[in-house]
Ligand binder design. Structure first.
Ligand SMILES: O=C(O)c1cc(=O)[nH]c(=O)n1[C@@H]1O[C@H](COP(=O)(O)O)[C@@H](O)[C@H]1O
Length: 308
């Protein structure tokens, strides 16, 4: 899957990922009303609205982008119907040849991680039958429990040729509280980054590993250090747009080959029509606003990379 991600990035010339993080208050009124008319103001109604909204965005952008990152929390809050909308979104994006990064941020003791890995990236056995429950291409993984919490994901990745992105330095304001703590003269995120690179050596694709890292766009200097520490690690870079990250901040996340990083924007793309810059599209044309925001993001990043 890392090879497919790279192929898709080369095909589109766009090292970006659209974050599908739907919230009801971003969903245009006419979509909500149609869903509620059919299903009532219920969890099913919310799930239908989410699905229709996502479909509009995917249809308007899939030819420009290599990948999407649905954030499972946004679906899970609507219970089982929400999870069904998540699965429907995953399947639809795969039909459109997009790489799907399931933003599930899991990680637990070994046996529990194994169940998460099977459910999201692998196959589950039921008697004599085998099922592929969620079928994302990548999953985000929290490494706080250490190697035995991450290994089960790697085992499934090896079998399925899928991948993970392990949290190394997150984009949020409090991320330094633990991640920047100095241990034996180095911040914790460097120790984690080094470990991610080691795990990655065991699972190499063509030039890059199936084991990637997450490093926030909001910490560009740390991104620069981590890029050098993990040369064969693909970095998922969230924090662009709504959290303040800009193209110019991102250049050091990339290797000289122009690869090695993929930048996520969620609200900045899916709720673009709410920004003044894209207000002219209007609520009904939210998907066209998202397409324009994708084009602008690609231009911003490619211009920064050309000028570095
Ligand atoms: O793993 C992630 O994707 C992630 C890690 C991180 O450090 N920061 C971060 O924002 N994310 C996710 O990236 C998305 C960012 O959304 P926007 O701020 O709307 O672009 C959300 O789905 C977050 O859960």
């Amino acid at each position: 899957m890392i090879n497919k991600l790279i192929a898709n990035i080369k095909k589109t010339g766009a090292p970006i990922v659209v974050g599908l993080d739907p919230m009801l208050n971003y969903i245009p009124k006419q979509i909500q009303e149609a869903a509620f008319k059919e299903f009532g103001e219920t969890l099913e109604g919310a799930a239908e609205a989410i699905w229709q909204y996502n479909k509009g965005i995917v249809d308007a952008t899939y030819d420009l982008i290599p990948a999407v990152k649905p954030q499972i929390a946004m679906y899970e809050q609507f219970g089982i119907p929400g999870l069904m909308a998540y699965k429907r979104t995953v399947d639809y994006c795969k039909e459109k040849d997009l790489v799907v990064i399931g933003d599930i941020k899991r990680g637990d003791i070994g046996s529990t991680s194994a169940a998460y890995a099977v459910g999201h990236l692998g196959k589950v056995q039921v008697g004599s039958k085998t099922y592929v429950p969620f079928n994302e291409d990548f999953a985000t993984v929290n490494p706080y429990l250490g190697t035995d919490g991450v290994k089960p994901f790697m085992d499934v990745c090896k079998e399925e040729k899928k991948g993970i992105f392990v949290l190394v330095k997150t984009s949020n304001p409090s991320s330094g509280e633990f991640q920047d703590r100095i241990i034996e003269k180095r911040p914790l995120y460097e120790w984690v980054g080094e470990k991610v690179a080691k795990w990655g050596d065991e699972l190499m694709g063509d030039g890059y590993s199936y084991v990637g890292a997450v490093v926030g766009a909001t910490y560009p200097e740390m991104g620069k250090v981590l890029r050098k520490l993990m040369p064969k690690t693909f970095i998922l870079v969230p924090g662009y747009g709504a959290q303040g990250g800009k193209g110019a901040d991102l250049v050091h996340f990339f290797n000289k080959d122009g690869l090695g990083a993929i930048v996520n924007s969620s609200r900045g793309i899916i709720a673009a029509y709410k920004q003044e810059k894209y207000a002219k599209f209007g609520e009904a044309n939210y998907a066209d606003a998202s397409r324009q925001a994708v084009k602008d993001m690609i231009l911003d990043i490619s211009t920064a990379l050309e000028n570095r």
